[in-house]
Every structure is written in structure tokens, then in C-alpha cells.
Design a protein around this ligand. Structure first.
Ligand code: GLA
Length: 377
């Protein structure tokens, strides 16, 4: 990918660019917990956005997306916001860096990626992180701490893309390390790396190819439900709520809000249980918790769809150790913890059964836990 991007850059703009990359992410467990101050357990993957970038000595940003074959130019002031969504991610990152006191000047860029779009693998976070990392290197002597780069990406989503997301995706994209998952406490922002290289198991993603779109979506409404319940319980976030507190309030809140909060409170405990089980090599517990999360996301949080529930059922029937919807939901992938000896059978069965039912194959992606944002050359 690097050579193609650099060649395109030289053709369009001339000169020798620097090349940066940032990654998509998986999450083993801990869904919709980030904006509730809870725990998440993601890792970066070997699917990336890569960008060739070079300051151009003007106040103009000129960017070419190789995948979309689209070129966009914009200035760096608020009123210069471009209308294309992909470009507004880059514009947002520039604006957020400037707002936080950093420097951004005009630059030329060409980028491409191999993260499937709308599959719940955080291609947008990777795009934000890649440019945040690049602009920190090119214009700020890397003075902006890496965690702040993740927040700049998150604020871009909030302020320029209409998604009130948590910090997980950008955090994993920036901070990811090969072979390690990261448990992040989204209240204190403390985090810890956990080696993840099981001998007998593999992580496999099955992409339903139902496109998930979080902007202006039920995603924001889920978040509002959680915040409403937290306010009623008198806590900052649902991280500080217990099931007893929620039960005591049950008659005073809507059934929907109750179910949303119940999921979040239960999910918080599941992340901790999975981290302990992982350290003890107890994959059966890890897998059981993943199935519990799926059930909660499907029945209580209601972010599943027929295709994802179907894939989850097939996984269970095939004896897969753990399986669940991954990411925000409303489409995208299931993540499956599969014993290596079952892998081929599972993939074959899932493909056949899914095709019979929905008329197309799910995509299959093996997961390789990889490095996050970095300078390539
Ligand atoms: C999306 C958001 C994240 C997180 C997940 C659900 O990926 O961007 O912040 O809330 O959904 O866990």
C-alpha cells in the first residue's frame, strides 16, 4: 500500500512525503461501556489507513482519497468545512488540534485503506488517528500526548460527524500494540496491556455486510438513555450504578431506559471477569461472557439485527467458544473466539447457512492484533 500511495502522491503533488498509518480495532468485550465510564478491552488490528503527507507552505489542505477517487481542498478556518464526510474527518482533526492549542498549516495528502467500511472495525477512527498522528509529528514536534490524539479523534466525531461516541475506537487505534489487548478504564483513563496470543484459539470476524451507520443514529439515543438513568440515580455515569440502585428506580423510568441501563451495569462486570479469566487461561469463561454480551446487546440494548443474531446462533451450534456482536452494532461483524480445530468447519458452515438464508456470503476476517498509529517512513 505504501508504494502505491507514495507514487500517487508524487504524481499529484511532487516531492517526498512522510507516510503514517493507523489501525482499525476489535474489542474482545465491553460494548457501549466507554461513554458510561466503564471498561473496554480492545486491540488494534492489521487493517489500516495509510497516508502520505507533506506540508505545502500554504494555508490550504489538499487531499486525495485513493479508494474513493475523490479530491478535496479546504482551508483551516471553521467556515471552510468540506461537505464530503470523509474529508470532514480530516478537517475535524485539524480544527480540534488548533482548538487545543496545537499548530496545523496547509498540507498535501494522499491516503488509502484496507479496513472494510461500515463493518464496525472503526475505519473512521483510523482515519482520524492517522491524520492526528501525522500532524502531531509534522507540526507539533510530537508534543501532543498520544492519549490526547485519541481525544482529538473523538471530538472530531462529536463536533463534525454527529456521532457522540466514546473514546474506545480512537484509543485502540492510537495506542494499540502488536499481540496485546488493552483494558481501558474509561472513568480514570488508566489502562493496562494484556498479552493475547492463545495457542489453541483464534479470533475470527464474520461480517454480515449489513452496513452500520452511526451518524444521527439510534447510537446517540442509546447514549441519551444511559445519561438519563444516570441523572435519575444521582451518579455521574452508569459506572457508579449498581443493579440494586437500578431496581429501586425501576417504576420511575421507562422500560426501555431500564433495559439499556441493565445491560451497561452487567457489561461492566463482564469485562473484569473476562480479563481475570484470560490471565488464568480460562477461555471457556471468556467465551461464555461473550455469549452473554451478545444476548444483552440483542435483547436489552437492542443494537443487533437478524443477520447478526443468525451468525451468533450458528456459532453456538458449531460449538464456537464465544461469539457476539462487536462494536456499536446495527450491522457489521460478530467476533468469534474459536478453537483452532473447529475453525475451518465453522467458517464453512457459517458461510453456507448464511448464504442459504440471506443470499450472500458473510466476509471472513482472521484477527491479527497489531500496532496502532505510527510513522511508516
Ligand atoms: C462505537 C463507538 C465506541 C463505542 C462502541 C460500542 O464503536 O465509536 O465509542 O461506544 O460503538 O462499544
Amino acid at each position: 500500500m505504501k508504494d502505491t500511495i507514495v507514487a500517487e502522491f508524487k504524481k499529484r503533488f511532487g516531492g517526498v512525503p512522510s507516510v503514517y498509518s493507523s489501525a482499525g480495532r476489535i474489542n474482545l468485550i465491553g460494548e457501549h461501556t466507554d461513554y458510561n465510564g466503564g471498561f473496554v478491552f480492545p486491540g488494534a488490528i492489521d487493517k489500516v489507513i495509510m497516508a502520505a503527507v507533506r506540508p505545502n507552505g500554504t494555508e490550504l489542505v489538499r487531499v486525495y482519497s485513493m479508494d474513493l477517487e475523490e479530491y478535496v481542498e479546504f482551508g483551516l478556518n471553521e467556515e471552510d468545512a468540506p461537505s464530503q464526510l470523509w474529508a470532514s474527518y480530516i478537517f475535524g482533526v485539524c480544527r480540534e488540534i488548533i482548538k487545543s492549542g496545537g499548530t496545523v498549516k496547509g498540507f498535501d495528502a494522499v491516503f488509502a485503506g484496507n479496513i472494510p467500511l461500515g463493518a464496525g472495525l472503526s475505519s473512521s477512527a483510523a482515519l482520524e488517528s492517522c491524520f492526528a498522528f501525522a500532524l502531531n509529528d509534522l507540526y507539533n514536534d510530537n508534543r501532543i500526548p498520544k492519549f490526547e490524539l485519541a481525544k482529538i479523534g473523538q471530538m472530531t466525531e462529536h463536533n463534525y460527524c454527529g456521532v457522540n461516541c466514546g473514546i474506545m475506537d480512537q484509543f485502540a487505534s492510537v495506542m494499540g500494540q502488536a499481540g496485546k489487548l488493552i483494558r481501558l478504564d474509561c472513568r480514570s483513563l488508566d489502562f493496562e496491556y494484556y498479552p493475547f496470543a492463545p495457542e489453541d484459539y483464534e479470533l475470527i470476524l464474520l461480517d454480515s455486510r449489513v452496513k452500520h451507520e452511526l451518524a444521527d443514529s439510534p447510537y446517540n439515543r442509546r447514549r441519551e438513555s444511559c445519561e438519563r438513568v444516570a441523572r435519575r440515580l444521582g451518579v455521574d455515569t452508569l459506572r457508579d450504578a449498581t443493579m440494586e440502585m437500578l431496581e429501586s428506580m425501576k417504576d420511575e423510568i421507562s422500560t426501555e431506559d431500564y433495559s439499556r441501563a441493565k445491560f451497561v451495569i452487567e457489561e461492566k462486570e463482564r469485562v473484569l471477569a473476562v480479563c481475570d479469566a484470560l490471565m488464568a487461561g480460562d477461555y471457556d469463561t471468556v467465551g461464555r461472557k461473550m455469549y452473554e454480551t451478545h444476548r444483552g446487546l440483542s435483547k436489552d440494548y437492542e443494537v443487533s439485527c437478524e443477520e447478526l443474531d443468525f451468525l451468533n446462533d450458528v456459532a453456538r451450534e458449531c460449538g464456537v467458544t464465544g461469539s457476539r456482536i462487536m462494536g456499536g452494532g446495527f450491522g457489521g461483524c460478530t467476533i468469534n473466539l474459536v478453537r483452532k480445530d473447529l475453525r475451518d468447519d465453522f467458517i464453512r458452515t457459517a458461510r453456507t447457512r448464511f448464504r442459504e438464508r440471506f443470499g450472500h456470503d458473510p466476509e471472513v476476517y482472521p484477527v491479527v492484533i497489531s500496532d496502532g498509529a505510527r510513522k511508516v517512513v
